[in-house]
Design a protein around this ligand. Structure first.
Ligand SMILES: Cc1ncc(C[n+]2csc(CCOP(=O)(O)OP(=O)(O)O)c2C)c(N)n1
Ligand code: SF4
Ligand SMILES: [Mg+2]
Length: 346
């Protein structure tokens, strides 16, 4: 009788299994869009073969901000105050630019209380994958409208939102963010390609992901429900991502395509799906976003991409070495240098 040998788990280029990228069990409501995004984050880091100890996770407050606990439990993490995740991430990444930073926030955390911090992170191009799990409400505090709720949308009890929404993607393009994407937790293929590209990007990658709150904002009258997003999603293009360590670009069928290459050799291939759209054209991105707002369209895809744009550590001329590894004699000026400065000030 032959014994059955259990097959070894599938591993990535580092020899790690997918389970090495998982986290604690989620405590969110069953069916919450945020949990779907968590799963995609686990897959993206696994597929990209990122060493878990090189990742730093950041968040603020909200159901969405709880999610970094549910992925990459072998990575670093800091759960900050409501709306203050951008400044935490900026400090940490400047102190150690070898880290891959990922921030998870909510529409309340980012577009309401945190909008000021968010805007400065964007204009500084801090290297960070910034995911807004956008459900149009404050899920954790029982479903009040947030600043991304659409004009005319209703709550479960019929309350109408009479304020216009903050469009995070338009804001990001306007402020110079070089990777701006909108997706939907129900479009897993697109979200996966965008996440992998975001991991390869060396500046702020803003991902505004519609992530329905099944408990407080998934009813008729909501414009952030599963049904509304499914019925109204209009992808701008199909996205194929090929990381630098793979050589399978040829397998992505040609056609109406545009390739954008990252400095490390990774390629994002955009397939046209009818619309003539150039994701490297900032003016076109702003115009399309403006037009889609007027027409109440739900456009998804990578709206704007400029991978060569210098990030904050480049602009500041930061060293590649993590600051804590630089020996004291190198960071502390010698007495002679201090004496020379004092002399020059006499
Ligand atoms: C300074 C401060 N103000 C208000 C709150 C209450 N509060 C907790 S979470 C939250 C909003 C969360 O909404 P969002 O960021 O959209 O996350 P979601 O729960 O919808 O994922 C608010 C207002 C708080 N914790 N701290
Ligand atoms: S309240 Fe809404 S956002 Fe929070 S866990 Fe439940 S479904 Fe998700
Ligand atoms: Mg929310």
């Amino acid at each position: 009788m032959s014994a059955t040998v259990p097959s070894a788990p599938k591993t990535n280029r580092l020899g790690l299994a997918k389970s090495d990228y998982e986290g604690a069990k989620s405590t969110l409501c069953l069916g919450c869009g945020h949990d779907v995004i968590t799963k995609q984050i686990v897959t993206a880091f696994y597929e990209m073969g990122v060493e878990p100890h090189r990742v730093a996770k950041f968040s603020g407050i909200g159901c969405s901000s709880k999610t970094p606990n549910y992925f990459l439990n072998r990575s670093w993490g800091f759960n900050g105050v409501h709306g203050r995740m951008p400044s935490l991430a900026t400090g940490a990444i400047l102190a150690n630019r070898s880290l891959v930073g990922i921030g998870v926030s909510g529409d309340g955390d980012t577009a309401s209380i945190g909008i000021g911090q968010f805007m400065h992170l964007l204009r500084r191009n801090v290297p960070l994958i910034y995911i807004v799990e956008n459900n149009g409400v404050y899920g954790l505090t029982k479903g009040q409208f947030s600043a991304t709720a659409d004009l005319g949308a209703t709550l479960k009890d019929g309350t109408v939102n009479d304020l216009p929404a903050v469009d995070l993607c338009s804001l990001a393009v306007e402020l110079g963010c070089a990777f701006v994407a909108r997706s939907f937790s129900g479009d897993m293929k697109q979200l996966q390609a965008i996440l992998q590209a975001a991991i390869a990007h060396k500046g702020t990658a803003l991902l505004d992901v519609i992530s329905p709150c099944v408990t407080f904002n998934d009813h008729e009258g909501s414009t952030k429900s599963y049904k509304y997003a499914k019925d109204h999603e209009e992808p701008l293009h199909e996205i194929g991502f090929v990381p630098f360590f793979e050589d399978t670009l040829a397998e992505i069928p040609p056609g109406e395509v545009k390739d954008v290459t990252f400095p490390d050799g990774s390629v994002v291939r955009f397939h046209s799906v009818g619309r003539d759209y150039d994701p490297t054209n900032r003016e076109q991105a702003l115009a399309v976003l403006h037009e889609s707002r007027q027409k109440k369209e739900f456009l998804t895809g990578i709206l704007y991409l400029a991978p060569e744009q210098p990030s904050l550590p480049d602009v500041l001329g930061m060293t590649d070495e993590p600051l804590h590894q630089i020996p004291l004699e190198k960071v502390r000026p010698p007495k002679a240098a201090l004496d020379a400065i004092m002399e020059s000030l006499r």
